[in-house]
Design a protein around this ligand. Sequence first.
Ligand code: NAD
Length: 272
Amino acid sequence: MKKTRVIVTGATGRMGQAVINGILDDPQCSLVGAVDIKGEGKDIGAVLGRGNLGIRIEQNLEKVIEDTLPDVMVDFTIAQVAKTNIDTAIKFGVYSVVGTTGFNEKELEEIQGLSEDKGTGVFFAPNFAIGAVLMMQCAKEIIKYLPEAEIIELHHDQKLDSPSGTALRTAEIMALERGLNSNTAQGKEKKGMYEKVKGARGGNHNGIPIHSIRLPGLVAHQEIIFGGLGQTLSIRHDSIDRNSFIPGVLLAIKEAPKREGVVVGLENLMEM
Ligand code: NAD
């Protein structure tokens, strides 16, 4: 059976290293390239403490693609860098599996357009943890019955973007189910309410308040609290280790390239 040839951009980052370990342990995948601005020239196997693999960390993505002819690029960098990487991958006909978060609307529209023009697909998952996907699916059901809800997301203090991609995606899924123009949207200020400290009520995405917490000691966590008459219902997901994301990334490497165009969300690759 032909193995899927994979390169990883952001290879020496927290997620990049976890993803590479997952790829190396998967008999259906073959790591063929590693791209990062940190650790250039070093062998990625040595960086991971697995001994030399004969794969040097390179800065130049185009060169790595030309030299290794990958099937899939997995990107865990930062949004601006990832945008350029995805454009390059599309140009070379390489499928992108993207974990990086923090893209703006314009960047996503451009990626969509380029993907359509060139006929090369891109898969985005704001969260690769299966538990987080299930949390979003549960939220979609619960909001039908308890339409007032707020999201609290908690991440490590090195995370650059807030709110998290997961929180934004969760709010979008919930708002779509509830109806974007719902009267119950707490985002529309209720009469007499005001903030004594700006931001105290969190951000507002599609009428759903989102509160972001950044602290050392955290990895990636999210709670959704639904409120109804005389009751609340809370659901929470905790990624306590970055390995929680790896089965989802491996599923995307194998399954997502079978889909056409731009696909968002791991739920689209799972039978749900
Ligand atoms: P990190 O800072 O540890 O790693 C980012 C890596 O990108 C670093 O090694 C950095 O050197 C590299 N980089 C920066 N600029 C580059 C460039 N120009 N070319 C090549 N490499 C470059 O960050 P992280 O914790 O690994 O997170 C990376 C991204 O993944 C973030 O956007 C984060 O929000 C996202 N994330 C997503 C999920 C998910 O399930 N989708 C899970 C965790 C993290």
